[in-house]
Design a protein around this ligand. Sequence first.
Ligand SMILES: *Cc1c(COP(=O)(O)O)cnc(C)c1O
Length: 382
Amino acid sequence: MIDLSSDTATRPTSAMRGFMAEAAVGDDQRGEDPTVNALQEEAAHLLGKPAALFLPSATMANQIALKVHTQPGDEILCHESAHIRLYEGGGPAVLSGCLLYPLPGERGVFTADAVRAALRPDDPHFARTRLVCVENTHNAAGGCIWRPEETEAVAQAARELGLALHLDGSRLLNAAVAKNTPPAALAAAFDTVTLCLSKGLGAPVGALLAGDTDTIRAARRWKHVFGGAMRQAGIIAAGGLYALRHHRDRLHEDHENAALLAEGLAAIPGVRLNPPPETNLVFFDVAGTGLSGAEARMRLEAAGVRASGTGETRLRMVTHLDVSRADIERAVEVAGKALTLGPSPAAGEGSLSRERPRLRTRTTRTCRGANQILTTLPVSDW
Ligand SMILES: *Cc1c(COP(=O)(O)O)cnc(C)c1O
């Protein structure tokens, strides 16, 4: 199976496993794990912040960031398809008691004017607007990159309005590599930054939250409260450390593979890129093929290529450490066949024409539940 469903499908390499096995460890709840401490220092340096905190997941990093910046009843501004809004289990409501104000915008990018317009008056009738959350790269919009001037305008508005700024930079290194920009420059405007280690970087577990020393001290308390404080966590932190040292510069290969994949998919009749990829996430719409998204996924999977679905007819394929250029060439070839309905009735003989009704019936029966979910909200295994 060529697994393009997510860059979370990456498995630790044998070199990474070796480094993990050898890692020096201590009790991280007492701040005594040297490998965790080294990872936190390297990540803080990479992101240009005074401190960083190792956490089990980017979801926890985001949720702790929201927690440290807000009080219950506050409102958080984010893009309408932000990960914190769609894919974190309602965490902002559960853990921080906050409202999310969804902002529209192309490519996952919203404007300074949208931020200003969303600000609530200082009046007891209203929630208190407190935090702006930016996602770079923006997952659901297509792995899109915020341009520096877009970030700067939003950050300036936030500062003028006295709002805190959080960056969900789960895939920030993809943006940094694609734009040949230091990650610290992309993070500079933000009070806190999330970085995920278990996506394209290829570590099995973990994420970081970076920020100033006081904020990270407060975050450490919430890590404990949320049950994320670990003991000899150096074993897993070593995977992250190895990833930051050895898997960062190769992300451009994933982007080149994504471009190749996109070109191949776009050449299939009825397939439309939505949008064209900027990094390692390739979203495409199969409406023009006559297949539903669920049917398309099932056909691809039956032929050995796994994609994820994010809407009725929208699919996602993600390139990563565990897929080679040859895998991508193969995936394009497979998709070309799988996403093309059987031959026209004039040519309709042989196995393909018999296969088609059978596949369609099976699809309708087994996928109805998933289909219903897929039509209402973008859903995927992120
Ligand atoms: C994957 C992802 C997360 C959550 O990461 P986990 O490690 O799965 O918790 C948060 N934000 C974005 C943008 C993501 O893509």
